[in-house]
Design a protein around this ligand. Structure first.
Ligand SMILES: Cc1ncc(COP(=O)(O)O)c(C=O)c1O
Length: 462
């Protein structure tokens, strides 16, 4: 587009007027839908329109979200509601627009949204103390940031600064930690890494849930003088397909790290803040890391926020010069207010315990819905409210997502693959909503079976 400042200003004003409206008209809705689709096509990335099931032709009317609808649902521009079983890939643990989080953020917004960067900002200190009390083990010091990727980036740097003689970091196959160069280097998905050339050196991967292979690799690296400084893992892999390790895996990794003098970095960006039935997933395995990464739900679904919590020994490398790793917006007052309110809601409303209870209810319902569809569904699994359905093919998973959307329920695959569809609702999801989701799953799977049978009739196998 040719530069046109006056047009840019007028367009921005038109959008602002819509943002400020309590209710939009049908004409507004049509304009928003058109501008959104065209905006994605011409100015964001047309690839998103191919990928997003909500923007496929038959669901075009449902393409554009506009507001939340209570704690556990979205409303689109045309007023249709969708139960949120995706939870923003783990953002909405305390629900959408949780009133306690919104109240805290609004109060802070009225007083001071962002800090001076030079005077001492109190909420950062207070949130850090809260986290040191909330987390297991000896985690005491906190670096705040704005996303999961940034938390991982900081964790990798802290690990390398901790012992310059031990620069190798080991991650796991199917692990996902974000897409900056550092975080991507620790991630395992070839599809995300391949186009971007050389990754960070000395980051290796071993198969997830395989202690023998981890020991072998740590031993070999020691023998060749490339000692392992840290192992980085998600306690349960989210993006990799909700992969739940054996009960002895994390304790075994902890023991190996201790034996070889390596730090254990746990990425609880998705599993933390109550998602899997305890405040942090590692608590279920009786394991405490040296460094823990948080983000996603940490900001209560209201403000982006991330944190890295580490032991004093780990953080002491930065004590002489705290400016070795910084970010302007990390730990800003709005984010701290959101995180403090989120923690308070999780504790007061016993949401981790609720996740455990509702997870069992939903998993039972999902397994019941999948029974008899063995040709389509390979597995149904989960821990707390981090659940998944694994399909026989990517196409079946994608078709399932569309069927669910047509029934007013939002689920999603992993970032570019629907082989495993994640079911990750807010921890506040109501029992009636959970049961509706399971009923819709049964209907959707039946619809898939019917359309498969129809296709086979049309084109009988040769
Ligand atoms: C386990 C895990 N770590 C890190 C990240 C990256 O977080 P963000 O997208 O906030 O940068 C994600 C995102 O999906 C994640 O699931």
């Amino acid at each position: 587009m040719k530069q046109n400042v006056a047009q840019a200003g007028a367009y921005a004003k038109k959008v602002l007027a819509l943002i400020e409206k309590d209710d939009i008209t049908r004409e507004d809705a049509a304009w928003i839908t058109r501008e959104t689709i065209e905006g994605f096509r011409q100015h964001v990335n047309p690839g998103f329109l191919e990928y997003r099931k909500a923007t496929s032709v038959e669901h075009a009317a449902a393409a554009v979200e506009w507001s939340d609808a209570g704690l556990n649902a979205y409303r689109d521009v045309n007023g249709h509601e969708f139960i949120d079983c995706l939870g923003g890939f783990g953002i909405f643990n305390v629900g959408h627009r949780n009133p306690h989080v919104v109240k805290a953020v609004a109060a802070q917004l009225r007083r001071q949204p962002l800090h001076s960067q030079d005077l001492l900002d109190p909420l950062r200190a207070m949130l850090a103390k809260t986290l040191s009390l909330l987390t297991p083990g000896e985690l005491e010091y906190v670096f705040f940031c704005n996303s999961g990727t940034e938390a991982i980036e900081a964790a990798l740097k802290l690990a390398r600064a901790y012992d310059s003689a031990k620069q190798t970091i080991i991650g796991a196959t199917r692990g996902f930690h974000g897409k900056s160069y550092g975080a991507l280097s620790a991630s395992a998905k070839g599809e995300f890494r391949r186009p971007f050339g050389a990754m960070l050196p000395n980051i290796e991967h071993v198969p997830f849930n395989d202690l023998i292979e981890l020991r072998r690799r740590m031993h070999t690296l020691k023998m060749v003088g490339e000692e392992v400084g840290a192992v980085i893992l998600e306690p349960i892999q989210g993006e990799g397909g909700v992969n739940i390790p054996d009960d002895d895996y994390l304790p075994g990794v902890r023991a190996l790290c201790d034996e070889y003098g390596a730090l254990l970095i746990l990425d609880e960006v998705q599993t933390g803040m109550g998602r899997t039935g305890t405040m942090f997933c590692c608590e279920q395995y009786g394991v405490a890391p040296d460094i823990m990464c948080l983000a996603k739900a940490f900001g209560g679904g209201v403000i982006p926020a991330g944190a890295v919590i580490g032991t004093k020994a780990v953080f002491s490398r930065l004590f002489n010069n705290p400016f070795l790793h910084t970010t302007t917006f990390g730990g800003n007052p709005l984010a701290c207010a959101a995180a403090l309110a989120t923690i308070s809601v999780l504790i007061d409303e016993k949401l981790p315990q609720r996740a455990a209870r509702m997870g069992e209810r939903m998993l039972t319902g999902m397994k019941r819905a999948a029974a008899g569809h063995e040709g389509i569904v390979v597995d149904v699994r989960g821990r707390g409210l981090l659940m998944a359905i694994e399909f026989a093919s990517n196409e079946l998973g994608f078709a399932f997502g569309k069927e669910m959307l047509a029934r007013g329920i939002l689920v999603a695959g992993t970032l570019v693959n629907a082989l495993v569809v994640r079911v990750e609702p807010p921890l506040t999801i109501g029992e009636d909503q959970a049961d509706r989701v399971c009923a819709a799953m049964a209907e959707s799977l039946e619809a898939l079976d019917r359309s498969r049978a129809k296709k086979e009739q049309v084109a009988p196998a040769s």
